[in-house]
Design a protein around this ligand. Structure first.
Ligand code: 2HG
Ligand code: ZN
Length: 466
């Protein structure tokens, strides 16, 4: 069958207007926020219904066409990149909230619902959807589920996985499964819902998700504390964590913050420049809690862990302090960063970070290295910026070499090569640093059950089957 005939057959299943083949659409829908791969999809299809998705998957099985799911395209591991003639299945047109249940505190979402839309809807009902990150204004629920998205509130609320009450998925065989039926309690064997969370669309596509909500936090208050080194941040975490219910505990280096300050639209937290900063947040529900936070701050200064600090006194100040951390990723995207998203258990962070820092400093003496991330979760974002005049290919090749040494340290500490961004294509060759050969064999066997023809996002998580 010719390519044209294939696409015509697909168009007949979903309506011709739902299939795009123009160059700008292929370019836009063929990629995410990673810039290492050149988008080259066969076409883009925008299903409107579950039946459309089933028809697309059956058609793909019949003709052995690879499918790539596409949400808000904010991914950072190339899990939603179509670089090999795949059909992109965009969920932009399945973007409705189908039900809100205030008794169960759940919202039934189509996969294309934007994260912010769910957060705003929760707020309208005096509730809260706690999974939050800088790209929540564009990222979609289906994509969040695909990567088990984390973000800035994980220390208190956990990852996306914790907030999925139920899923409807279309498997790689085209079957529609209703997983967990939104139950809080359900002890009936394997929880297949959990398999689809973080599977990056390699087993099937989420076509509906019931998301849980929480009570809204009260009077969120942030502190930014300056420290001489990362090692000093850990006892600060320990001190605050022991006395307050933290909703966030983030960190960033001065070099990372400097990039944000250079934009000119965010004020510095205080005058003293410090090599590293911690940003912590808690609910200051009453005066006593705010006083306790200040007492803890003083204790940390006395101990020599903290050099200076500030506590937000208004919503505006809270927002401005958060911008120092949340704007980093977007701001540095213009410098072509090489990204790492690594994690270890929290207690191991100081030794882990020191070892990696030594390797990085030894091997990238001329590159600017930025550290930031969710240190309270043991998740560090290590970003290496490309020198302006260096060729992209040379830069990525150099980084890939050093990466192997970084991942050897990750392995030594029983850590993860991808804490929250997923494996996609950028980390697939390193999977064995975090997963044992036996585990990977089981993972591949699971994929074969749900996707026997290997058409669901092939080449993501694992190298393409030979
Ligand atoms: C963040 O925490 C995001 O800001 C992006 O996960 C991390 O830019 C990065 O490496
Ligand atoms: Zn992050």
């Amino acid at each position: 069958m010719t390519q044209r005939a294939l696409i015509d057959e697909l168009a007949a299943l979903v309506a011709p207007a739902r299939v795009l083949t123009d160059a700008p659409s292929l370019e836009t829908y063929g990629k995410d926020w990673t810039r290492q791969f050149i988008p080259a999809p066969l076409a883009v299809v925008l299903p409107r219904t579950v039946e459309h998705v089933q028809a697309i998957v059956r058609w793909a099985n019949e003709h052995r066409v690879a499918l790539v799911p596409s949400g808000g395209r904010t991914g950072l591991s190339a899990a939603a990149v179509a670089a090999n003639g795949e059909l992109v299945v965009s969920f932009d047109a399945m973007n409705q909230v189908l039900d809100v249940n205030l008794t169960d505190r759940t919202v039934v979402c189509q996969p294309g619902v934007i994260t912010r839309q769910l957060q705003d809807l929760a707020a309208e009902h005096g509730l809260y959807y706690p999974v939050d990150f800088a790209s929540s204004g564009s990222s979609q629920i289906g994509g969040n589920i695909g990567t088990n998205a984390g973000g800035i509130k994980v220390i208190r609320y956990g990852m996306t996985r914790n907030w999925v009450a139920g899923l409807k998925v279309v498997t790689g065989k085209g079957d529609l499964l209703e997983l967990n039926k939104d139950l809080l309690k359900n002890a009936t064997g394997y929880d297949l819902r959990q398999l689809f969370i973080g599977a990056e669309g390699t087993l099937g596509f989420v076509v509906e998700a019931t998301m849980r909500l929480d009570r809204a936090p009260k009077n969120l208050t942030a502190m930014v504390l300056g420290a001489a080194d990362v090692a000093s941040i850990m006892p600060v975490l320990h001190a605050f964590h022991g006395k307050l219910d933290l909703t966030a505990f983030e960190f960033f280096s001065h070099a990372s913050m400097a990039k944000v300050l250079a934009r000119g639209d965010v004020p510095a937290p205080f005058a003293t420049p410090c090599p590293f900063y911690a940003l912590l947040e808690f609910e200051a529900v009453n005066e006593a809690l705010a006083d306790q936070a200040l007492a803890l701050f003083e204790h940390c200064v006395e101990q020599g862990w903290v050099l200076d600090g500030v506590m937000s006194q208004s919503e505006q100040q809270l927002r401005n302090l958060w911008k120092l951390r949340e704007y980093i990723s977007e701001t540095i995207s213009h410098y072509t960063p090489y990204k790492n998203d690594i994690s270890v258990t929290v207690a191991k962070v100081p030794a882990f970070l020191a070892e990696i820092d030594a390797i990085v400093a030894a091997h990238y003496p001329d590159f600017e290295v930025l550290w930031y991330g969710h240190i309270g979760d043991g998740n560090l974002h290590l970003n290496i910026l490309k020198p302006r005049h260096m060729d992209n290919a040379v830069f990525f090749e150099t980084c890939a070499k050093v990466n192997t040494w970084v991942f050897e340290i990750v392995q030594k500490y029983n850590g993860s090569i991808s804490a929250e961004h997923g494996v996609g294509m950028t980390k697939r060759d390193y999977l064995a640093y975090s997963r044992s050969p036996a585990e990977i064999e089981y993972m591949k066997a699971i994929k074969a059950v749900f996707d026997p023809n290997g058409i669901m996002n092939p080449g993501k998580i694992f190298a393409p089957q030979g």
